[in-house]
Design a protein around this ligand. Structure first.
Ligand SMILES: [Zn+2]
Length: 59
C-alpha cells in the first residue's frame, strides 16, 4: 500500500475520463464531460489486512 494517493481515472457520476484537478489543496476534481465537481477524501483504513485463509498453513 502506498501512502501517495493515485488520481481518479473515471468520473464517478458519468464514467467519462475527462477529469481535471480542482481546488487549492488537492482532492477536488471536476469533470469536463458532465460539469460535476467532486472531492476525494481518505477516511481511514476500514479493515485490518488479514492473511488469505487459502494460503494459511502452506509456508
Ligand atoms: Zn462526469
Amino acid at each position: 500500500m502506498t501512502a501517495d494517493r493515485q488520481v481518479p481515472f473515471y468520473c464517478p457520476y458519468c464514467g467519462e475520463e475527462n477529469l481535471r484537478p480542482a481546488g487549492a489543496d488537492g482532492g477536488d476534481w471536476e469533470c469536463r464531460a458532465c460539469a460535476r465537481g467532486f472531492s476525494l477524501k481518505f477516511v481511514g483504513v476500514l479493515h485490518p489486512v488479514l492473511p488469505d485463509p487459502a494460503l494459511r498453513g502452506r509456508s
